[in-house]
Ligand binder design. Structure first.
Ligand SMILES: Cc1cc2nc3c(=O)[nH]c(=O)nc-3n(C[C@H](O)[C@H](O)[C@H](O)COP(=O)(O)OP(=O)(O)OC[C@H]3O[C@@H](n4cnc5c(N)ncnc54)[C@H](O)[C@@H]3O)c2cc1C
Length: 396
């Protein structure tokens, strides 16, 4: 056998997945450069203050808020994978709340406006949001209804004489709620119509009667702002209806698919990030005369974590491929969201363990990763709701 025929494992080779082209890889590099140079240095400060609005402006200027959005609305016209690349690279800001605040803009609010909005609505909200000049938030959850979206109570009553909707109610846990210029608001317009009784409204946050009641304090994601909002006799014209009157429930279920898939991508990237940091630590930290990574018990933890991360990544990428190719793979999106969120928390937890006491210290930032990632098992639909969606998809 010639020497050239001897095959050796290429562990050091960093392959890109087949869904990504050279263009995606270049985009990845340029986003990473921007994140490390302009965002990461502020991570500690933004944990205290929340990240500033200029981040949206700067990212808009660089085209990062519209990577997969149509060119005619100021986007870059890229495929869905460009959005995945952004979500993945934002983890290098080491500031989970920032990634979440940006994802609310790019993957939760702009998409329904582009999908269901009128031309006027797209020009009014989507175009400046892609440019980073306007900030958006999404209002589904209420103090009395989160998982049970159909149980929301915020009412929008049509005042025929004025040709306006009058909104009363409250929303909670609203990301970007303090800084946003507009909220994509889920309301109940016909309490007797079941799932056909919901309507989405685009409500300017400076409309009289919109009250930013409280800045909520959280376990993690400290760089994001999270609001409790009240709506007291807020009036909006019929032109504020997003999509069809009475079809808001179905519209928001569509929106949630994109939110869950990008959330899954963020979970995988977050898990990889904390894994990489911990791997470096395990190679340097010594105990009993050797690097701790050389203990079989620790080595196996890395092996388990790496396998879980890779499994979750493959689920996200193959689901993204189906999504990009015109399918609506709700079951797979749900599985990817569930699995990625779970393993990310498991990985972060193990990484704290591998860091020992240092893992418990703020200075090392590993506990922050755990706190930030923990949200993914709750937000955008909890684990239990994901299991319900998957289970029911089999006719049970
Ligand atoms: C930091 C943060 C940011 C958020 N950002 C936003 C945002 O921008 N916009 C927005 O609208 N919402 C947002 N949310 C809300 C989030 O989506 C909800 O918290 C989530 O959907 C769960 O709803 P809930 O908190 O009301 O929990 P609940 O619905 O009260 O659930 C409580 C528990 O009961 C379980 N449960 C509920 N129903 C079932 C069932 N049928 N079967 C089994 N178990 C069940 C749940 O899984 C959970 O464990 C955010 C939340 C957080 C924490």
């Amino acid at each position: 056998m010639a020497t050239a025929d001897v095959l050796k494992p290429d562990f050091a080779n960093r392959r890109s997945h087949f869904i990504f082209t050279d263009d995606h890889n270049q985009l990845r590099e340029s986003i990473r450069r921007f994140v490390i140079k302009e965002l990461q240095p502020h991570a500690e400060e933004w944990e205290e203050t929340t990240f500033p609005d200029w981040v949206f402006e700067r990212m808009g200027e660089l085209g990062f808020l519209g990577l997969d959005k149509p060119v005619e609305y100021g986007g870059q016209g890229g495929d869905y994978y460009t959005s995945l690349v952004l979500a993945e690279e934002l983890v290098h800001a080491h500031c989970g709340g920032l990634g979440m605040g940006v994802a609310v803009q790019t993957d939760m609010t702009i998409p329904p406006i582009l999908k269901f909005g009128t031309e006027e609505q797209k020009q009014q909200w989507a175009v400046p949001a892609i440019a980073g000049k306007k900030i958006l938030c999404l209002g589904i959850t209420e103090p009395d209804a989160g998982s049970d979206v159909a149980g929301i109570k915020t009412r929008a009553v049509y005042d025929a004489a004025a040709g306006e909707y009058v909104i009363n109610g409250s929303k909670t846990f609203i990301t970007n709620g303090h800084r946003a210029h507009c909220i994509v608001l889920v309301t109940k317009t016909d309490p007797d119509a079941g799932y056909d009784g919901f309507t989405l409204l685009l409500v300017p946050m400076d409309a009289p009667g919109v009250i930013r009641e409280k800045r909520l304090q959280k376990l993690g994601m400290h760089a994001s702002d999270t609001a409790l909002l009240a709506f007291q006799d807020v009036r909006v014209p019929c032109s504020a209806v997003l999509g069809q009157v009475g079809k808001g429930f179905y519209h928001i279920m569509w929106e949630l698919q994109g939110e869950r898939l990008i959330g899954a991508a963020g979970s995988v990237a977050g898990a990889q990030h904390v894994f990489d940091r911990t791997l470096a630590y395990a190679k340097e930290r010594t105990a009993f005369g050797r690097p701790i990574g050389r203990f079989q018990a620790i080595r196996h933890k890395f092996a388990e974590m790496a396998t879980k991360i890779e499994t979750a990544r493959q689920m996200v990428y193959s689901t993204a491929w189906r999504f990009e190719n015109g399918e609506y793979p709700v079951r797979e999106i749900t599985m990817a969201k569930l699995y990625a969120a779970r393993i990310a928390v498991e990985v972060a937890d193990e990484c704290i363990q591998i860091h020992g006491g240092n893992g418990y210290m703020k200075e090392y930032g590993i506990e922050r990763s755990w706190r930030d990632l923990r949200l993914n098992r709750i937000g955008a639909g909890s684990d239990e709701i994901m299991l319900e969606v998957i289970g029911r998809s089999y006719g049970l």
